[in-house]
Design a protein around this ligand. Structure first.
Ligand SMILES: *Cc1c(COP(=O)(O)O)cnc(C)c1O
Length: 355
């Protein structure tokens, strides 16, 4: 069945999988909705996007994504409220960041209408895939990669933009124990750390495996030059609470400008919590742990929203964080998810209605 929705061609699947999905026991990002958005870049421009049945992509073995890693992505979520209205959270920020990432990897930037109309059309076609259960959402993965051919080491002349979605339960990993990294780096000055480039993750996996072998779940990334400054928590931004002040590192070449991070900063400040955006040394955190002023540490990102840290390892010593009854982590997580799911007023104008 072909149709045009928002000027976008829609080719519907003849074999919906929706009746095979148990929406009450969804994991994170492991079942995929019936459709995806697809748009090709060729002959020097982005072509018309279309919604097509979800399925494999065929590429030539010489496609440049395989050899030179030109690939960037985004992570977002759609929510359905009790009236079945569909909401996104700050989607234009994801669109802008995708283009910031693309530019750094010499990938052609996308027009806004391809991203926004494409996304809205896909969500309307697959609206029954957006879970309603508390804590669940439709995880959205927009990505762009080099599909053009040739072993020559230069930017491809063809690219593919895809948006795939996955109905997901809450991403609760429990409280994590993290290792403050002293050898490896995820990013460097002048590098691609600020971009959501696939290769950044590839480079993180091995050091993270080593941390897991030592009994930790995640790595806290420090600056590549001295390993003295705290920068990110795995693939999340990091917040540290010392006494009643929240501290997070300033964004830079090396640190991803997270939408959850900047939302938490604004929300916390609006509730009278003192926030400091500044460099933070490992030493300061260790000292705060020793003198009892270190109250909380947590990661912030779209998937988990806020991921509390229970302990950290540094130079063969393990430091436990105190149990916090009125934690900022829980308080801020509830504030932000209530805005995302239309359970609370949105004084910031972050929520975006899909219609
Ligand atoms: C995606 C990502 C984040 C979090 O960004 P959000 O916009 O909040 O999802 C933080 N750090 C890294 C390295 C990331 O890739």
């Amino acid at each position: 069945m072909n149709a045009l929705i928002n000027d976008i061609a829609v080719i519907k699947t003849k074999h919906s999988k929706i009746n095979h999905v148990d929406f009450d026991s969804l994991k994170f990002g492991s079942v995929f909705s019936d459709h995806m958005l697809e748009c090709d870049y060729k002959d020097g421009k982005w072509q018309a996007p279309k919604v097509v049945p979800y399925g494999p992509v065929t590429l030539d073995p010489s496609a440049k994504i395989f050899h030179y890693g030109q690939s960037v992505f985004e992570g977002m979520k759609a929510y359905k409220d009790t009236n079945d209205t569909i909401w996104l959270f700050r989607p234009l920020d994801n669109f802008k960041r995708l283009n910031i990432s693309s530019k750094r990897l010499a990938i052609p930037e996308l027009p806004e209408h391809v991203f926004m109309n494409g996304l809205k059309t896909l969500l309307q076609v697959d609206k029954n895939w957006i879970p309603k259960k508390e804590g669940s959402s439709l995880y959205i993965r927009p990505f762009v990669f080099a599909s053009g051919n040739g072993f020559h080491a230069s930017p491809a002349n063809a690219y593919k933009f895809i948006i795939a979605t996955a109905p997901s339960g809450s991403y609760f990993s429990g409280e994590v124990s993290v290792l403050i990294e002293q050898t490896y780096s995820r990013s460097a000055n002048g590098g691609v750390g600020f971009a959501k480039a696939g290769g950044n993750y590839a480079g993180q996996f091995y050091p993270t495996q080593l941390a897991v072998e030592k009994g930790f779940q995640q790595v806290i990334w420090t600056d590549d030059n001295t390993h003295e400054y705290i920068e990110e928590a795995g693939a999340m931004n990091i917040f540290v609470r010392i006494n009643d002040t929240l501290i997070t590192a300033p964004t830079s070449d090396r640190i991803l400008d997270g939408i959850t991070r900047k939302s938490i900063i604004e929300l916390a400040e609006s509730k009278g919590i003192k926030v400091e955006v500044r460099k933070l040394t490992v030493n300061e955190v260790v000292e705060a742990s020793k003198n009892g002023s270190l109250k909380e540490m947590f990661g912030a990102g779209t998937a988990a929203v806020i991921s509390p840290i229970a302990s950290f390892g540094y130079k063969n010593v393990k430091y436990e964080l105190p149990k916090q009854n009125d934690s900022y982590a829980n308080y801020l997580k509830k504030l932000i998810t209530d805005i995302q799911t239309n359970k609370a007023e949105d004084p910031f104008g972050w929520r975006y209605k899909v219609e």
